[in-house]
Design a protein around this ligand. Sequence first.
Ligand SMILES: Nc1ncnc2c1ncn2[C@@H]1O[C@H](COP(=O)(O)OP(=O)(O)O)[C@@H](O)[C@H]1O
Ligand SMILES: [Mg+2]
Length: 236
Amino acid sequence: MTTLIPNDSSLSVDIADLTYAWPGHKPLLNNCCLQVPKGQFWMLLGANGSGKSTLLKLMSGLLDCPPEAKIRLDKPVGFVFQNPDRQLVMPTVGADVAFGLASENLTQAETKTRVEKALDAVGLLHLIRRPIYALSGGQKHRVAIAGALARHCRLMLLDEPTALLDPDSQIELVEQLRGLVDRTKIAALWITHRLEELNWADRAVLLADGAIAASDRPEIIRDQLEQIPSIPSSLA
Ligand SMILES: Nc1ncnc2c1ncn2[C@@H]1O[C@H](COP(=O)(O)OP(=O)(O)O)[C@@H](O)[C@H]1O
Ligand SMILES: [Mg+2]
């Protein structure tokens, strides 16, 4: 399936009636609908196994969507994995960000400008020649984000980007993404189980029983989750 551009130009994500089952299993996503406006930072929450990663993989094209699925996304789409070691493939920071541009037929000067601008946006320009192995976890996530920015992504999908980070790096990353969304007007959908991160989001949505069970202001979703004893324990 090829994803389409949203019909409604105010939306960055427009998903209608997405049903998906892993082979041999009952549907994990069941008539799931989600709309994210352009220029907003949304967080996606839900218990372990509720299908958050599967939804992002379907959106990013890492998983094939059923042919009848209606997924419309503002493109290009950038995807940041939970574990950046699975995503960063080149030996140095600059080479890795440039690698994502290989298919764009840019001149060397254009590539250099794009790489430098993207690294500057995540505060890592000074590390352009640094080997990937010498980066911290938070810096690796920022390189992955720079890779998406260099491709001029309009929508960024992030799967638990702070799960492996210490509390300081966690807050730094979420603050940085908030700033990027405000400055560049891209949209971002960020999966998390850390409720304190909701402070930086425009809106939060909760995935349960195969669909978006709640969509509201972040503080309202946080209150809901804190009141359900079974959910915070699996989210902790
Ligand atoms: N490659 C796969 N093959 C079969 N089932 C899978 C695969 N990946 C995930 N699942 C199943 O899909 C369900 C949802 O997983 P996932 O999307 O990773 O949830 P979440 O990210 O919300 O924790 C789980 O029951 C998981 O076992
Ligand atoms: Mg997951």
